[in-house]
Design a protein. Structure first.
Length: 238
């Protein structure tokens, strides 16, 4: 009888411990998922591609990031403020470099110093092909999205693209391509690192803004979009 009782208690304790383990291992249904902007589920460093580019954008190496930002600023000042031209700058730089190296090579025998060591420069083929392949994939994806929008299959994307193009055209009318590229370069070197530092506050604000935008879109859909007559072509496969 005592053995049966011990077995019963033993089985009961093991079953209760198993149920406790299952409760611990199973996620709590009341635990809500943290909202991340654009539905991000990975760390920002991985979203930016990881490796050296992400390190530069997030200022993991302050010397490289600062040097690139200073270099881009110097180029923008030369071309935009001083109205220097790209071809002129390249030619003047080559003239100066070739003149220094030529004089150094010929004067090395007189000043009894070694000739300058000029390394052979060649562009590796593999990275260029990988970049071209990735760029081709992105361009084709953009063409597919534009085609779907033109076929009238997604009203939200249509409105988003129209608004985005209108904003881009407005910005383009205020500044030239070089200034626009410089602004984008500065934003890439400032916005990600600031967002990474204050991502919890930014995501909380973005969540509230997204909820409000969905409410406003629902009102716009009910008052305007739902009243637009649908043509007989709606629902036909292309």
């Amino acid at each position: 009888m005592e053995k049966i009782t011990e077995k019963f208690h033993g089985d009961g304790s093991s079953s209760s411990s198993d149920s406790d383990d299952e409760k611990k291992s199973s996620p709590s249904p009341s635990k809500s998922k943290v909202y991340r902007i654009f539905g991000r589920e990975q760390p920002l460093h991985k979203v930016l591609g990881g490796g050296k580019p992400a390190d530069v954008f997030l200022w993991r190496d302050k010397k490289i990031s600062g040097g690139l930002l200073v270099g881009a600023t110097a180029i923008w000042v030369l071309f935009e403020l001083f109205e220097y031209h790209l071809l002129t700058l390249v030619c003047h730089g080559l003239i100066l470099a070739l003149a220094i190296l030529f004089l150094w090579s010929n004067a090395s025998s007189f000043i009894k110093k070694s000739r300058p060591s000029i390394p052979e420069v060649h562009i590796p083929e593999e990275p260029v092909l990988e970049f071209a392949s990735a760029l081709t994939i992105e361009i084709n994806q953009a063409f597919r999205v534009l085609r779907e929008i033109a076929l009238g299959r997604d009203l939200k994307k249509f409105l988003a693209v129209i608004v985005g193009l209108w904003i881009l055209s407005t910005v383009g009318s205020c500044c030239n391509f070089l200034t626009l590229f410089y602004i984008a370069f500065v934003l890439l070197h400032t916005v990600p690192v600031v967002y990474e530092k204050y991502e919890d506050h930014v995501d909380a604000f973005a969540e509230k803004a997204m909820i409000e935008m969905k409410k406003q879109y629902a009102v716009f859909d009910a008052k305007v979009l739902s009243k637009i007559p649908k043509g007989p072509w709606k629902g036909k496969t292309a």
